[in-house]
Design a binder for this molecule. Structure first.
Ligand SMILES: Nc1ncnc2c1ncn2[C@@H]1O[C@H](COP(=O)(O)OP(=O)(O)OP(=O)(O)O)[C@@H](O)[C@H]1O
Length: 229
């Protein structure tokens, strides 16, 4: 099994009324299923934009995003089934319980096992005892753990997480990071995290820094010295 996303010679720029903003040019990166990646870098460097391109939610100005399954190239439509997202804002539906929030993506696909699978994933993120609670009755960290369960419930091959701990206190951030990394690993899903937090980035096997249009690989030692803000 060899599944990966390859970003090849990727460039992204935007034209506004009076200027052209170039985020990066000729950027290359390969995301292997089952591996974890963090992308750090200063605000405005283009980290979220890179995530949008890799996940197929946006189209690059030039270059290619290749999705490969068992060494064969697959379409953007096919990869959409294999991708899950986690955002800084948890985006849970306020009127639904934790269990129904997690079950919803499966119910929408007509999965008869939706409730059983949702309960299983809530257990994985340590929230079985909160399954009947609505988001307003949960802490920020608990809400994000529900969002992790919801992203993983249909067992995607790639999870994209944009500042998943950005709204959380240090203790909740640590719990969320641990659940996120462990759940992805157990499920052999790739995890791609965009973050300003060097601590969160430290959970990933591969750390990259995006600044001034250039994406560079960062060693663990170098991470200490990288200024993210
Ligand atoms: N559709 C668009 N049109 C014009 N400019 C855009 C568009 N999308 C993003 N940008 C600009 O690209 C730049 C990079 O945005 P992006 O959100 O990718 O940065 P980031 O590194 O994730 O920043 P942060 O860490 O603050 O979230 C910003 O200046 C943003 O305004």
């Amino acid at each position: 099994m060899n599944n990966y996303i390859e970003l090849k010679n990727l460039s992204q720029s935007f034209k506004t009324n009076d200027e052209k903003i170039t985020l990066f040019e000729s950027l290359n990166m390969t995301i292997q299923q089952g591996r974890s990646y963090a992308i750090t870098g200063p605000s405005g460097a283009g980290k979220s934009s890179l995530l949008m391109l890799a996940s197929g939610l946006e189209i690059p100005s030039s270059g290619a995003v290749k999705y490969v399954e068992n060494d064969k190239r697959i379409s953007l439509d096919a990869i959409r089934e294999q991708v899950g997202f986690i955002f800084q804002q948890f985006h849970l539906l306020p009127e639904l319980t934790a269990l129904n929030n997690v079950a919803l993506p499966l119910k929408l696909r007509g999965d008869k096992q939706a409730m059983r699978k949702a309960a299983h994933w809530l257990e994985k993120v340590g929230l079985s005892h909160r399954k009947d609670h609505k988001p307003s009755q949960l802490s920020g960290g608990e809400q994000q753990r529900v969002a992790i369960a919801r992203a993983l419930v249909f067992e995607p091959k790639f999870i994209f997480a944009d500042e998943p701990t950005g709204n959380l206190d240090p203790k909740s951030a640590q719990e969320v990071a641990t659940h996120l990394v462990n759940c992805c690993k157990e499920n052999n899903a790739s995890l791609i995290i965009v973050t300003h937090s060097l601590e969160l980035a430290g959970y990933a096997e591969h750390v990259y820094h995006l600044a001034n249009g250039t994406l560079s690989k960062v060693s663990l030692e170098q991470q200490e010295a990288v200024a993210c803000y």
